[in-house]
Design a protein around this ligand. Structure first.
Ligand code: COA
Length: 174
């Protein structure tokens, strides 16, 4: 995984202090719990899948920690959400997952994480970023549209639940 220096951001809506840092191995277990809280069974990644995504060559990710220590999510972790991506130098980038715990949504934490990943894509001279999102997940589709992602195609039976996905793509200018 890439190692970057910690980046502090003040979210505009809440004034909760949020810091963003690269994901570390010791975070894996908490990230799996967050993924299971964010997605229904069958769509959420298993611990094994999450470990595989996070350790393969070209994988990287960031997480957001909240500073309001009196108001931590269940389990006491300050992690409010995370993003995992994958890059092939000079070719395509892939957003693997983006998860924000429900209580921290609409605070632009997801947007801050997306920006960090897209910065890495640009540094790696990636021209196109791809992702898959459930046809029923209109909130995430709206979120990605805001970042300039457009629907490429519908992927039939993409999820183990039988749900279809939309493949969305964003081209970066040279
Ligand atoms: C989708 C998700 C990552 C968005 O994260 P977030 O931190 O709440 O998003 P942001 O606050 O940065 O939102 C940025 C913009 O995206 C759009 N957006 C975000 N959530 C939205 C929703 N529920 N409905 C409509 N538009 C939405 C809005 O335009 C929003 O800007 P605004 O709040 O100023 O209007 C979050 O809802 C989530 O984790 N959902 C569950 C997991 C998931 O679906 N992940 C992505 C699937 S691959």
């Amino acid at each position: 995984m890439d190692s970057n220096t910690r980046n502090n951001t003040l979210t505009p809506m809440s004034k909760i202090h949020v810091s963003i840092r690269p994901i570390e191995k010791s975070d894996f277990e908490t990230l799996c719990e967050i993924d299971q809280a964010c997605f229904p069974p069958g769509v959420a990644y298993s611990t094994w899948e999450m470990r595989w995504f996070l350790t393969r060559r070209g994988a990287f990710g960031f997480l957001a920690e909240v500073g309001d220590k009196e108001n931590l999510p269940p389990g006491g972790s300050p992690i409010a959400g995370f993003i995992v991506a994958w890059k092939v130098q000079g070719k395509a980038g892939h957003i693997i997952t983006l998860d924000i715990l429900e209580r921290y949504r609409r605070l632009h934490i997801g947007s801050n994480l997306m920006k960090k990943v897209e910065e890495e894509f640009r540094k790696a001279e990636i021209r196109v970023a791809l992702l898959e999102v459930s046809v029923n997940n209109t909130a995430a589709q709206e979120f990605y549209k805001g970042f300039g992602y457009k629907v490429n195609e519908r992927l039939k039976n993409y999820y183990p639940t039988g749900e279809d996905a939309l493949e969305m793509a964003r081209w970066f200018e040279e």
